[in-house]
Design a protein. Sequence first.
Length: 94
Amino acid sequence: MNKYESVIIISPVVEEEGIKNLITKFSDLINAEGKVESVEEMGKRKLAYEVKKNKEGYYVLINFEAKPELIAELERNYRITDEVIKFIVVRKED
């Protein structure tokens, strides 16, 4: 299993409970075939440029271990979740 890091930017209009639900949803998806090491909520921050008509977003950093096949499914879930305005998944070097 490889180590990965994922940053998700959630729309600023999502309530705190909705953010917790999204984090739980993505963590459960990762835990099904991998292992979440840490979840860091970085809070609401100003974006460098406007994304989907938003000037700020709620940042969440997830560090996890997973097989490469899981990444495609995770990214697909990010794309179909309307509250996620931007995301990136990066493989960490050992």
